[in-house]
Design a protein around this ligand. Structure first.
Ligand SMILES: Nc1ncnc2c1ncn2[C@@H]1O[C@H](COP(=O)(O)OP(=O)(O)O)[C@@H](O)[C@H]1O
Ligand SMILES: O=P(O)(O)OC[C@H](O)CO
Length: 501
């Protein structure tokens, strides 16, 4: 058991970077958070500046330790969790990025993806990676950078450039450029990683024209990744846990048994169903992915990915200007009896699962002169619940086709899970109890759990599962006829968005 009793988790998300110090019981002891700039250089393009992310990461690490009233000597280990698929390419020697990070929401390579699908490459990618060919994943983003940054492809072939998702970029910086690695969950989001052989796949690397020389080493999610440069926090601290944020949330929600499901409501919404040590291929356009890999043993999941969840609420604030803080939407939705027939389909960057339609764009239907901001805010929240229903129906059909039932409640987390109105509506639309944990920052908790297992702060997964506590359980109470009517209206709105693209 480690003497230093705390774990520092870095949670680098799409709209903000957080660090949280957890104690030996998995209780947050200190936290710091910074939002950072989103860049939209063209329609469907989304970029982040890696230097903003690095600067904020160092600041929130130091801020969280200070807020906890601790020092580096109290921190046994660091865990990293991150927005997935977002792609950074940097110079191996200097650590300098050759281009801004291309974010997971970015759709600039959708034409290339469509071409590969038309050429019949879909089954090969699906069989090896569990993924559909889509610009969401890293491979085509890497190729775009190599094709559009002068000299980058030649430098990459000479081994002078590194690719990494955000975890890998931060690991390289935190270790002073000594370590170029990632974990199996992040690798599984690239479209060039064989989830069965657990290795980069040369046939797929060739298909996407990516030199193997730029790929990071792939380790377990709980592993010895390296140690921080002493000047960052006052002493070298081991980094012993890494996972993509949705897998970290699955771990933080203690969804360790096959059939258990969690759904995270951040910028996007991501539902993961643990399928155990067997990858389940979806017939409903869900993804097959790595949930976590411990001691060389891979646990898989079915995943439904929705690109816009909290981002729609952010748009109400920054785009429409009808709110000044996301939490206002709770009161606004409560104030009106229904959305007055208003449906908002948040296809701002296309539609993810189960449609995978990059060309779709957002729309609001059903507006009348007596509809107002509260109806639109409610429709934005309702859309998150309707999209979750789309995912759950697909996952249940995949899973129950050949396995036992799914768990009897949906565990939720992420920034939006603080919205009581949304959690209740979610339970109503799913006709399923929704459980919100006492520690809502489950993504960071998962990263801390992975790091703490390796560092000896937490005994084992059973101890982590035993520490999970429900803060509030929302029971479904909507009558069936209303549920059917509302959801049918949603399905009609989505059909209209897809027809009109
Ligand atoms: N009370 C709330 N009601 C609705 N949406 C919220 C609420 N609080 C935060 N959000 C939304 O959740 C997102 C932030 O959640 P978070 O998990 O921090 O996201 P990420 O990890 O993607 O950065 C933002 O898009 C914000 O608009
Ligand atoms: O930043 P989040 O929490 O919305 O997560 C983004 C996902 O990792 C994208 O796959």
């Amino acid at each position: 058991m480690s003497e230093a009793g705390h774990v520092l988790a870095i949670d680098q998300g799409t709209t903000s970077t957080r660090a949280i110090v957890f104690d030996r019981r998995g209780v947050p002891a200190g936290m710091a958070r910074r939002e950072f700039a989103q860049h939209y250089p063209a329609d469907g393009w989304v970029e982040h500046d890696p230097e903003d992310i690095w600067r904020d990461t160092v600041a929130v690490m130091r801020g969280a330790v200070a807020e906890a009233g601790l020092s580096a000597s109290d921190i046994a280990a660091i865990g990293i969790t991150n927005q997935r698929e977002t792609t950074v390419v940097w110079d191996r020697r200097t650590g300098e990025p050759v281009h801004r990070a291309i974010v997971w929401q970015d759709r600039r390579t959708s034409d290339l993806c469509r071409k590969l699908v038309e050429e019949g490459c879909g089954p090969l990618v699906r069989r090896k990676t569990g993924l559909l060919i889509d610009s969401y994943f890293s491979a085509t983003k890497i190729a775009w950078i190599l094709d559009h940054v002068p000299g980058a492809r030649e430098r990459a072939e000479r081994g002078e450039l590194c690719f990494g998702t955000i975890d890998s970029f931060l690991l390289h910086r935190l270790t002073g450029g000594r370590v170029h690695a990632t974990d199996a969950t992040n690798a599984s989001r690239s479209m060039v990683f064989d989830i069965h052989r657990q290795d980069w796949d040369d046939e797929l690397l060739a298909l996407f024209r990516i030199p193997r020389a730029m790929m990071p080493e792939v380790l377990d999610s709980s592993a010895e990744f390296g140690a921080t440069e002493p000047d960052l926090l006052g002493r070298a601290i081991p980094i012993t846990g890494i996972a993509g944020d949705q897998q970290a949330a699955t771990f933080g929600q203690a969804c360790f048994e096959p059939g258990m499901v969690k759904s995270t409501y951040g910028t996007g919404c991501f539902a993961l169903l643990n399928t155990g040590d067997t990858p389940v291929e979806s017939r409903s356009n869900m993804l097959t992915t790595v949930a976590y890999r411990l001691d060389g043993r891979t646990t898989y999941a079915l995943e439904g990915s929705i690109f816009i969840a909290g981002a729609a609420i952010k748009w109400l604030r920054d785009g429409l200007g009808i709110i000044t803080h996301a939490s206002q939407t709770d009161d606004m939705a409560t104030r009106v009896p229904d959305s007055h027939g208003v449906y908002l389909v948040p296809a701002f960057v296309g539609l993810g699962a189960p449609h995978w339609d990059p060309e779709a764009r957002a729309a609001i239907f059903g507006l009348t002169l007596d509809a107002g901001p509260a109806h639109i805010a409610r429709a934005a929240l309702e859309a998150v619940a309707f999209q979750t229903r789309d995912l759950r129906d697909a996952m249940v059909s995949d899973w129950s086709a050949s396995h036992m039932a799914t768990s009897d409640a949906l565990r939720v987390d992420g920034g939006m899970a603080a919205n009581d109105w949304l959690c209740q509506f979610l339970a109503d639309v799913l006709d399923l109890p929704v459980e919100r944990p006492a520690v809502i920052e489950t993504t960071a908790l998962g990263a801390a759990g992975l790091a703490g297992l390796k560092a000896g702060v937490y005994r084992d997964q059973a101890a982590l599962a035993g520490a999970w506590r429900c803060d509030r359980r929302f029971e479904p109470r909507m009558d069936a006829a209303k549920r059917v009517r509302l959801y049918d209206g949603w399905l009609d709105a989505v059909r209209r968005v897809r027809r009109e693209r």
